[in-house]
Design a binder for this molecule. Structure first.
Ligand SMILES: Nc1nc2c(c(=O)[nH]1)N[C@H]1C(S)=C(S)[C@@H](COP(=O)(O)O)O[C@H]1N2
Ligand SMILES: [Mo]
Length: 514
């Protein structure tokens, strides 16, 4: 080799790696950042995990129509979808910064750091100063990782000993991403361990048991009258299911009262408990939708608390505070003081409340939609006026007073399903909690309204099953249903959206008789 040749070889210009490699470096750096951020958060405060913090702020900020659409089209899956969307956007931006890291290094590093800064802002906004640490750590890790992967010669004509070859870059990026995955995985495992370390608690026996559900309330082959726990609908704004320790947990009951109370979990369990079967419904339930479920609840009746604290005249609303997400809820005082089974719930279907249902305690008020009655992860109940306090959904313009609307749904056959000539049955549920169902009617095609057969009545706070024998001709048909409640109100035909006080209209299905 001539001297000339040797010089050319050693002077091989330090080129930037190809685009896919540069983008991969950005992605790997972001993965390491997110992983470390999640691990730290799982130790300090699960909701402070950078992706979750950003997702939570998006939930809060989302305009009502967007939230409605999300609940409608995604149901209980709306949270994973949200997190994945945030992650995809992050991945694209991180890839972009990675691709810039060789040409505009400072911009790229500042950009990666800025993403962490966004997480810190979101976490700080939601959780206060304590929440920003995981995202700050993520920012530092992201910058360091990208700086390491994109080390380049200072002068274009000298390849410094530290610069990575393409192969080295690939290996380095994989190692950085793997480190992030391990950190994130450990974080997820810690999250899970925290949730499964659930206390084995024994609940006291109620002073008043639930009246037995009449045998005939459950029609054969129909939707379960008591909803299997896994099928009970779930709606809340919490991205991370709170896992509350009973040690140190208290429930404060105060406001316009003579004798404010602070109850520990044990204090609460020592009060007289009642057990009731109650159907809960979400205001976001579309006509024919699934956000209506039934369980057996165990709790302290509101009447008991009202007496103990001595509620003063002039109280208009019960304002409840959740431990989680700054969620608050406004319940009309009349609905907890008129003798119905409004309660502070500690048990569901014979067990302590599951975490997702608001452990250690939640509210329940038969006859009201969940967003004005069913606060989970309860920490405080304040008796107050409407002028003094505005609840989470109220400030987002949902209805202040939101009784459950009289509704009915066809469950059998399913939409576009079939019935047979020897089992020509149409069946479903109807509900008008605290008023009760007086009748259900069916309309086949353009025919007249015909009375359906009502199953046994289990009580006005519960839904009621019904069935209808279809004796008409075979072929394709439509069926519509409408219910009448015990006040005589017939379910109206007009279709309204769920905002601001619940959907109205008749459920209609197409079916075929064969
Ligand atoms: N802390 C808290 N409680 C909450 C909510 C929430 O977002 N946060 N959502 C309410 C709504 S809108 C409904 S419909 C019920 C649903 O209760 P579930 O998830 O047990 O079915 O919880 C209510 N309680
Ligand atoms: Mo709801």
């Amino acid at each position: 080799m001539s001297k000339q040749d040797a010089e050319t070889a050693s002077r091989s210009p330090a080129q930037a790696p190809p685009l896919p490699l540069r983008a991969a470096a950005g992605l790997a750096s972001a993965a390491a950042a997110i992983g470390v951020g999640h691990l730290l958060a799982s130790i300090i405060e699960p909701a402070a995990s950078p992706l979750l913090a950003v997702g939570s702020v998006l939930i809060d900020a989302a305009p009502t129509p967007v939230k409605e659409a999300a609940i409608r089209s995604l149901g209980t899956n709306d949270k994973p979808v949200l997190i994945i969307s945030v992650a995809v956007v992050l991945a694209v931006i991180a890839g972009l910064f990675g691709s810039l890291a060789w040409s505009s290094r400072l911009v790229a590093l500042a950009g990666i750091g800025g993403l962490g800064g966004l997480g810190a802002l979101a976490a700080g906004y939601r959780l206060g100063l304590g929440g920003i640490l995981p995202s700050l750590a993520a920012a530092v890790v992201g910058i360091a990782a990208l700086a390491f992967l994109s080390r380049t010669p200072r002068r274009a004509d000298a390849s410094p000993p530290g610069a990575l070859s393409r192969r080295g870059l690939l290996v380095g990026a994989a190692a950085v991403a793997a480190a992030g995955a391990v950190a994130g995985g450990v974080g997820l495992a810690l999250d899970r361990a925290g949730q499964t370390a659930r206390r084995i608690l024994r609940l006291p026996t109620p002073v008043s048991s639930a009246p037995p559900i009449p045998k005939g309330a459950q029609l054969p082959g129909m939707t379960p009258f008591v909803t299997p726990p896994a099928d009970f609908y779930r709606v809340d704004i919490s991205l991370v299911t709170p896992s509350v320790e009973v040690e140190g947990w208290t429930l404060t009951i105060d406001g316009m009262v003579d004798q404010p109370l602070v109850l520990s979990y044990d204090d609460l369990l020592q009060l007289p408990l009642i057990e009731r079967d109650i159907t809960l419904t979400c205001v976001s339930n579309e006509v024919g939708g699934p956000y209506v479920s039934t369980a057996r609840w165990l709790g302290v009746p509101f009447s008991e608390l009202i007496e103990r604290v001595g509620v003063r005249p002039g109280v208009e609303q019960v304002f409840s505070y959740s431990l989680d997400s700054g969620y608050t809820c406004s319940t009309p005082y009349g609905a907890v003081s008129d003798g119905r089974d409004a309660m502070i719930v500690v048990g569901m279907n014979g067990e302590p409340l599951p975490d997702a249902r608001g452990f250690p305690a939640r509210m329940l008020v038969p006859g009201l939609f969940g967003f004005v009655s069913a606060t989970k992860w309860l920490k405080r109940i304040e008796f107050t006026t409407y002028a003094a306090r505005t609840a989470y959904w109220t400030s987002r313009k949902w209805a202040v007073d939101a009784p459950v609307l009289t509704q009915s749904r066809i469950d059998v056959p399913s939409s576009l399903g079939t019935i047979t000539a020897d089992q020509p049955r149409i069946a479903g549920v109807a509900w008008a909690q605290h008023r009760g169902i007086a009748g259900v009617e069916i309309k086949i095609d353009d025919g007249p309204w015909q009375e359906a057969d009502l199953a046994a009545d289990a009580g006005s706070d519960l839904w009621r099953q019904w069935s209808f024998q279809y004796d008409g001709p075979a072929g394709r048909h439509s069926a519509q249903v409408r219910a009448t409640d015990r006040t005589g109100t017939v379910q109206p035909e007009a279709r309204t959206r769920v905002f601001p006080s619940g959907a109205t209209g008749w459920h209609l299905i197409q079916f075929e008789k064969v």
